[in-house]
Design a protein around this ligand. Sequence first.
Ligand code: PLP
Length: 404
Amino acid sequence: MQNQSHIFATFSRPDLVFERGEGVRLYDDKGEDYIDLTAGIAVNALGHAHPHLVEALKTQAEKIWHLSNLFRIPDQERLADRLCEATFADRVFFTNSGAEAIECAIKTARRYHWAKGSPERINILTFEGAFHGRTLATIAAGGQEKYLEGFGPKAPGFIQLPFDDDKALAGAIDGETAAILIEPIQGEGGVRPVPAAFLRRLREICDENGLLLIYDEIQTGVGRTGKFFAHEWSGAVPDIMAVAKGLGGGFPIGACLATEDAASGMTLGVHGTTFGGNPLAMAVGNAVLDVVLEDGFLAHVRDMSKVLRQHLAELVDNYPDLVESVRGDGLLQGLKAKVPNTDIIAAMREARVLAIGAGDNVVRFAPPLTVTAGELREARARMDAAFASLAAARKTGTGKNGEA
Ligand SMILES: *Cc1c(COP(=O)(O)O)cnc(C)c1O
C-alpha cells in the first residue's frame, strides 16, 4: 500500500510490483516468478508480451497512433469485417472500454425503438448479480446497491429481475420494455453460468415481444469459453453484443456489435468517440484475432478448460473445509469458498499463483487462453501448498489468514 498516496483510494492492492511478463508468468521487482491466473481480469487472452501482439503494436507505433474518427481507419474497417464475418453481427462501433461498449448497446437499443416510432420503449431488463461496468448508466444496469450507493439517483430505465426466473420475466415485460441485457456467465457476480435453455427462452421472448436481446460478452468473449463467443454454446444469438477485455489482449478496446436492423437507429452524428477504434487498438485487435481464429486455438482452450476443471475439482475433494464446488465454463472458472475468498487468494499469492475474487465468495480463475497443461500442473502444485498451509493455519488458529 506504499507510494499510492495520490491515487484515489478505490482499489486495495497487495504490496507487489511486477516489472515484466511472459506468457502466463509475471516477474516482480525481486525477480520472483508468479503464475498469473488472472490475465488482467480476462484481458491478456494471449498472455503477457505475446510476440505477435508486440510486433503489431510496435509496427503500428511507427506509422500512426491516432487520427480520431474524422478519417477512415483501414484496420478498423478490417477488424469490423472480421468480427461480423465470425458472428451474428453486421455493424460494429469501437470503444475504449467495456462500460462504453455497454453504453453504446443501451443507446443502440433505445434509439432502435425511437426510430421505429416507439420512443416510450426505454426499459432494459437485467438480472440480479449482473455487472455491466462503473459508469452512471452501467451501475444502474447492473443494479447492485454496493456500486450505486452515494452516487445520486439511479439512472432510470433499468429493471433487475431474479436470475433464471421465467415468471418474473414474463411479469416484467410491458409496453415500455426495450431490451433484455444479460451476461452468458456472470463474471463479477461469482462466475455463475446462465443455463443455455434460459438464453434460448430469452431469444424467444424477445422475438415474441419485439424486444432486443443484448449480450454482455465483455468477460466471456473472444475465446474465453472455448467458442469465439460464449452464447454460441446455446445457439441463441443476440441482436446487440458488447465486447471488450480479451479483444485487445491487454490494449484498451471495446466494441458494440449489432445486426443491421438493431443498429438502424444509429445514424449520422447520433453517437461518437474520440479515441474509440484508434489505429493502435485496431492493430492489436486484428493481431489478437489472427491467433484466436487460427485453426485449433479454440480446441486448445476447450482442452485446457478440462484440465483446469480437474485440478479445481481435486482441490474441492482435498480441502472440503476451504472450498465446496467448482463453477464456470472454459477458462473462466471459480471455486466457491467456505472461508473468505480473500484468505485463499492471499495464501495463493504467497505461493506465487494469482487469482481474482468474485461475488458470492468465489475465487475466480481466468488464465491466458494460451496456458499449457504443464503450467496448470505447476500452478496446481503451488495451490496445493497454499491450500495446505491455509488449512493447517485454520486448524491451529495461528495463521495470519486464519479466523482462529
Ligand atoms: C469488465 C466488465 C465490464 C466493464 O468493463 P470496463 O472495461 O471495466 O469498463 C462490463 N461487463 C462485464 C461482464 C465485465 O466483465
